[in-house]
Design a protein around this ligand. Structure first.
Ligand code: NAD
Length: 404
């Protein structure tokens, strides 16, 4: 069983090319990155492995996040850069795919050390990035503040003003309104579009969400506002399962318990609802119509997939279903390359606003986000109708056609 996410990408790519009847040569064009920048950062006597992987820029400058996590490794960065390439192509952005990261536990560093580490990261890659070359953004454990440090360092090293060289900045530093909600909000638009296509209505559908971080929490709130009934949410501390529905007010209250991995447990204890607290893996077994993995890669794997009762899966995390499971699972899957594209779409809007010296209001950002997701989903359906394809295969075919 492979838990190597890059192997998973290659497996999906190979399978799609075969199913679409494309020339096998296409596989060679999309099976390896254009450039790998692989280095070490030395800080206070310790060495941290670091990467920037630029996968493909056929459609525009490379684009992708920077992750700070002890498990960051080259294979993961390669996979995330490849998925980003497919994602930007699916939603028709004039951008390519990249990803980077440092193998570090950022919470163990002081603020000063974190700043130094971020600056050293830029020192190693600044010649290869820039507004029209490669535009990094936040990912797991990186944020607005880190983007500002990196952008400032980049501007210093290149002796120019380059606000669009990084996205995911704070509003005061040139960030876009709606960026922090974008991935969850975009996922909710995708789910709403899907229900319409299936002749279903949100009010009759129950939803369970695994992961209540940036993506999962904004998704749950947006979906609840659209009328979907959220009957379960989880984080590393456990699952809150309530068949009667979790209200928007409750979702907001859980979200307010900030900076803690244990928001769900803490919320339930504080509110005398411990009888609704279940083990974290119980979320996968909830009897809901839709399951939304919004936590980690390979969350749904050979060990647990048979326990899933939901009929539909909205992939909000990147690669939450392992490649082996993807081949055998009998669920309808709304693929990650569409479902979680809201983040990169609004990053693109931020880049545009920076380049054109504009400031869009949140209404405009969300309207344009919704249009992009709906248009891409419509195109995926058109691909799908021509053949007996899954939505993921159709999305990959759409992307491959644009990339080649
Ligand atoms: P995050 O760190 O803010 O949140 C992750 C959440 O998952 C946390 O609530 C954590 O407690 C929970 N979690 C971790 N392991 C769990 C488990 N075993 N069971 C239940 N909950 C668990 O991260 P995020 O930014 O929300 O990203 C989540 C996923 O979405 C990642 O795969 C990321 O690559 C992907 N993604 C994020 C964005 C973005 O804009 N942030 C965009 C596209 C894709």
């Amino acid at each position: 069983m492979s838990n190597n996410p890059f192997e998973n990408y290659l497996s999906t790519l190979k399978n799609t090319i075969k199913k679409a009847g494309f020339d096998e040569e296409i596989f060679k064009k999309l099976n390896s990155p254009d450039r790998i920048i692989d280095f070490e950062i030395e800080l206070n006597g310790k060495k941290y492995p670091a990467y920037r992987v630029q996968f493909n820029n056929n459609l525009g400058p490379y684009k992708g996040g920077v992750r700070f996590h002890p498990q960051v490794n080259l294979e993961e960065a390669k996979a995330l850069s490849a998925w980003m390439t497919i994602k930007t192509a699916v939603v028709d952005l004039p951008l390519g795919g990249a990803k980077g990261g440092i193998a570090v536990a950022p919470k163990k560093l002081s603020e000063k050390e974190l700043k130094k580490l971020s600056e050293k990261y830029v020192e190693n890659i600044y010649k290869f990035i820039g507004e029209n070359k490669d535009i990094p953004a936040p990912d797991v454990n990186t944020n607005e503040k880190i983007m500002k440090w990196m952008k400032d360092k980049y501007e210093k090293l290149t002796n120019q003003k380059a606000p669009g060289s990084f996205t995911g900045k704070a509003i005061k530093d040139g960030g876009s309104l709606g960026r922090k909600e974008a991935t969850g909000q975009g996922g909710a638009y995708a789910l709403k579009f899907f229900t319409k296509k299936q002749n279903l209505t949100p009010n009759n559908l129950t939803v369970a969400v695994q992961g209540f971080g940036n993506v999962g929490s904004y998704f749950a709130l947006a979906a609840a506002k659209m009328g979907f009934k959220i009957i379960g949410v989880s984080d590393t501390s456990g699952s809150y399962i309530n068949k009667n529905g979790i209200t928007k007010r409750e979702l907001k209250k859980i979200k307010e318990i900030k900076g803690k991995k244990s928001s769900i447990k803490e919320y339930l204890i504080k509110n005398n609802k411990e009888n609704k607290l279940f083990k974290r893996n119980e979320i996968l077994k909830v009897n809901s119509d839709v399951l939304v993995p919004a936590a980690l890669e390979n969350a749904i794997n050979m060990k647990n997939y048979k326990k899933i009762k939901a009929k539909y899966i909205l992939e909000l995390a990147n690669g939450p279903i392992s490649a082996e499971v993807e081949k055998v699972i009998d669920k309808i899957i709304i693929p990650d390359v569409l479902a979680n594209s809201g983040g990169v779409i609004v990053s693109y809007f931020e880049w545009l606003q920076n380049k054109n010296k504009e400031k869009w209001d949140k209404e405009k950002v969300f309207k344009k986000l919704k249009d992009k997701i709906n248009k891409a989903f419509e195109e995926i359906y058109k691909e799908k109708e021509k053949n007996t394809l899954t939505l993921k295969e159709a999305a990959y075919i759409l992307a491959i056609k644009r990339l080649i």
